[in-house]
Write a protein that binds this ligand. Structure first.
Ligand code: GUN
Ligand code: ZN
Length: 650
């Protein structure tokens, strides 16, 4: 079974349970060929800390000695590995050699009988240069075999491979139909020829099309994609498992794999790698080695490097920097850079999984950073949710020191004495009202002073859109004291605004939807502030603590009283996670909400959102933080959907 632990968008850290133990994903499954052990499974386990292996049941079945050993003593004894082992079916052999002499039912039964932890159906490998018609026929055959394979799986987990070549609609349909069958893992197949030709952008398209159709609660395996160049972007798009025969295959060709590319031994001046294999040798020594020893050493380097890259990817998910990692890796090769274009194209889909804030700051890595879902999300929420405070004049500032209310404190104080104005910064993310300056990602971002040309142009266009829609009778960009002289003449007055109150209103609307700030109307609002930072800590409404404000992302956490107020002003479905009545009683006592109890939820909820947990009659049970989006809450049978923070019975 598969459980979500941490995530950043579609990228996720999960636990996959098998009969031979648990695996933390994203994980790499090194391919072990029992006829050709470049690195033995025991060494993989002990020295490389490999969690799970993959081997080919077709190779075992067609070799009499291996077959008998596997059937009598089991697969794990055959490989001398006591952790989880996945098996493949012979699909790849049939792609390489034309045909295999094994039936699709027979090979699934064989995998089950030798004790494989995860078996694979005998799917039909759909090649990228096939016509749509050809691909459709092959995909139908894969689906037919899938249907006949599921009843045979017994206790074994079974992998149903998504095929469909380079046709997004076929991929998606295949994924949807496989998702209705009782599979435990979904590999994405037919990508090896794309990988071999560095067609990473096409692979990204294939992954996205497949993910759109797949049940989000099942692990996704990218079949045959064992190059570390692939890992960051494939994980970003929601792949959980990778297998690699490449570490050994490349080693036989004297090729070193790196996250940034591949190099022949003959082209290396120095090894320049600190992995255990490279640390104990040199180019000169490698050249002098026997072929077998050289191959093994390079294979070790390749495996260390691949495993290390996946560990880095897991760290990046944990700290919220997977986008930065993908953008930085993209500089290594034009084919990776092309992936960023695909990510931009599918921005809307990716935004559907975008967390509302992250641990780490937003780092600008290049013009493509503008296309990240977080930028789109801020901009769209600003235009659809933010309401202006109501002065007649808007004063705009250029990008400046953060937080803006401090960076521009002098100017704001000076102007406010003479003019009743609202303030806003033309920020990288879009128009940033001064009162939103502490909300993620505005303050939590590191952007260079001089933007790349196309980004500056996009920012300008967004400001233009704002200029057409903001509704202020008068708006000016601040150009120093002459701007103030002008304003004093035209609209003399004095500011009526209280920044704390503006901030509370703006964050309420941005976070919970336009209208949420109405809860403050006609009420007495007070603020508890941090003595150290001066930032708002708590919002007290009519004498009760209704919201807390988080220092690191400027977002609000409702207390029960605040949640009750939101229930009144928000539309009936908004920010709600509806759960079964009995679990709602448990949630009201402080228990987390498990995904399996979720009946329905607001599709606008994003990971990290503060949500209202209600029972089927709509009664408020608790307030919590969502870890999943709607589709995931409804699909996952294990794991926490909402971490409960405040409860009705406190
Ligand atoms: N190994 C590499 N690609 C594939 C594939 O498409 N299907 C299967 N079953 N194994 C593979
Ligand atoms: Zn190395």
């Amino acid at each position: 079974m598969f459980e979500l632990k941490e995530r950043d968008g579609l990228a996720r850290i999960c636990e996959l349970r098998t009969r031979h133990g648990s695996v933390t994903t994203p994980a790499l499954l090194p391919v072990v060929n029992p006829n050709q052990l470049t690195i033995t499974p025991r060494v993989m386990r002990e020295r490389f800390k490999v969690q799970i292996l993959i081997t080919n049941s077709y190779i075992i079945k067609t070799d009499e000695a291996l077959r008998e050993k596997a059937l009598s003593g089991g697969l794990h004894r055959l490989l001398d590995f006591d952790g989880p082992v996945m098996t493949d079916s012979g699909t790849f052999q049939s792609y390489v050699y034309g045909k295999v002499g094994v039936g699709h039912k027979e090979i699934v039964e064989f995998q089950r009988d030798i004790g494989s932890d995860i078996g694979t159906i005998l799917d039909v490998f759909s090649e990228p240069d096939w016509t749509e018609e050809q691909t459709r026929k092959a995909t139908e055959e894969t689906l037919h075999r899938a249907e006949e394979s599921v009843p045979l799986k017994g206790d074994m987990l079974l992998a149903g491979t998504v095929q469909g070549g380079v046709y997004p609609e076929l991929r998606r349909e295949c994924a949807e139909r496989l998702s209705t069958m009782a599979f435990d893992v979904h590999p994405i197949g037919g990508v090896v020829p794309l990988l071999e030709n560095y067609r990473f952008a096409d692979i990204a398209e294939v992954i996205i099309a497949s993910k759109k159709g797949l049940d989000p609660s099942r692990p996704v395996h990218l079949f045959g994609a064992g190059h570390p160049m692939m890992f960051p972007f494939a994980v970003l798009l929601g792949c959980d498992l990778f297998d690699s025969a490449s570490y050994a295959k490349y080693a036989r060709e004297e090729r070193f794999m790196y996250p940034t590319g591949t190099k022949f031994l003959r082209d290396l001046h120095d090894l320049a790698c600190d992995c255990p294999a490279c640390s104990s040798t040199s180019v000169k020594e490698l050249v002098a080695m026997s072929v077998a020893e050289r191959t093994r050493t390079i294979a070790e380097h390749n495996l260390f490097t691949s495993l290390k890259e996946l560990r880095k990817v897991r760290n990046a998910i944990h700290e919220g920097s997977i986008w930065e990692m993908v953008e930085m890796r993209a500089r290594a090769h034009p084919a990776l850079l092309a992936v960023l274009k695909v990510l931009k194209k599918h921005g809307e889909y990716l935004e559907g999984f975008e967390p509302v804030s992250r641990r780490g700051a937003f780092f600008y890595c290049g013009p493509e950073s503008y296309d990240r879902p977080v930028v789109k999300m801020y901009r769209e929420r600003f235009f659809s949710r933010y309401r202006r405070p109501g002065s007649k004049v808007l004063v705009g500032f250029e990008e400046g020191p953060k937080p803006y209310s401090r960076g521009y404190a002098g100017e704001i104080a000076k102007i406010s004495q003479e003019v009743d104005a609202d303030f806003l910064v033309a920020s990288f993310f879009g128009p940033a009202p001064i009162e939103l300056d502490e909300l993620y990602p505005i303050a939590q971002s590191v952007i260079p002073d001089h933007l790349d040309h196309e980004v500056a142009e996009s920012v300008r266009k967004t400001m233009e859109r704002h200029a057409h829609t903001h509704g202020y009778p008068l708006a000016v960009m601040w150009e120093g004291d002459e701007t103030l002289e002008f304003l004093k003449d035209v609209v003399p007055g004095k500011s009526r605004h209280d920044l704390d109150l503006l901030r509370a209103r703006a964050v309420l609307d941005m976070q919970f939807g336009r209208g949420a700030a109405d809860i403050l109307d006609g009420r007495k609002v007070e603020f508890v502030k941090s003595r150290n930072t001066g930032k708002i800590r708590n919002i007290i409404i009519d004498g009760v603590h209704a919201f807390s404000m988080r220092a690191h992302d400027g977002r609000l956490t409702p207390k029960m009283e605040g949640a009750r107020m939101l229930m009144v002003v928000l539309p009936p479905h908004a920010m709600r996670v509806i759960i079964q009545d009995e679990p709602a009683e448990f949630a009201a006592k402080g228990n987390n909400v498990f995904a399996k109890f979720v009946v329905d939820c607001d599709p606008d909820i994003r990971p990290g959102d503060s949500v209202l947990v209600v029972n089927t009659k709509g009664a408020l049970a608790a307030v919590g933080r969502a870890l999943m989006v709607k589709g995931e809450m409804l699909a996952f049978k294990r794991g926490i959907a909402v971490r409960v923070k405040e409860t009705a019975e406190d």
